[in-house]
Design a protein around this ligand. Structure first.
Ligand SMILES: [Fe+2]
Ligand SMILES: [Fe+2]
Length: 199
């Protein structure tokens, strides 16, 4: 039977054909699915995580702009690279959902902070943001465990490790900025060092 005109027919690799019916903005029915469907709660949490990763990218881009305006071009470059990395994280979640045969409904991204008091204040906020993302990743992992979603657990392993790295690098910079204190020469040295980040 032909799907109604309002439905979106998505043909993917090989023989799999998936039909997603959209009624009043809600996903309601799926037919002819060749892949094991994801539990709705896991899929929705991953969609939210795409938003969290883009929020991080947006925040770091905002921070990069503040550093650029303050002529701290090394910090600005580091933050811009960090923003790019967060976009890659978002796309990993996006692609994972697509690989599982799901479509991805993207959430709104809120306006990031703007105007930071000092380099230390900026990196303290970055560290706080990373801790928040870590909690989201851990909650997502808990959900994948409780929903017995084994592919999601394997996929999330990478993010669990990545968050350790993210918190470590942000903490190091916060600590070094605290050591630099009011010493402009030390600040400029750190700015130069962070500006050497390649990606
Ligand atoms: Fe991230
Ligand atoms: Fe991050």
């Amino acid at each position: 039977m032909e799907p109604p005109a309002s439905s979106l027919r998505v043909a993917r690799a090989g023989t799999m054909i998936k039909v997603v019916f959209v009624t009043n903005g809600e996903r309601s029915a799926v037919s002819e699915v060749a892949q094991t469907p994801m539990k709705g709660a896991v899929r929705e949490a991953m969609e939210e995580q795409i938003g969290h990763e883009f929020s991080a990218a947006y925040l770091y881009l905002s921070m990069s702009g503040s550093f650029e305006a303050a002529n701290l071009t090394g910090f600005a470059r580091w933050m811009r690279a960090q923003a790019s990395e967060e976009q890659v994280h978002a796309l990993k979640f996006f692609d994972f959902l697509l690989d599982r045969g799901e479509s991805a409904r993207l959430p709104a991204i809120e306006e990031p902070s703007y105007g930071f008091r000092s380099p230390l204040d900026t990196f303290e906020q970055a560290l706080e943001h990373e801790k928040r993302v870590t909690r989201f990743i851990h909650d997502l992992y808990d959900l994948a465990v409780s929903e017995h979603d084994y592919p999601a657990q394997v996929f999330l392993n990478w993010f669990v490790s990545e968050q350790v790295e993210e918190e470590k690098s942000a903490t190091e910079i916060v600590e070094r900025l605290r050591m630099a204190g009011e010493d402009t020469a030390a600040l400029l040295m750190l700015d130069k060092e962070l500006g050497e980040r390649q990606q």
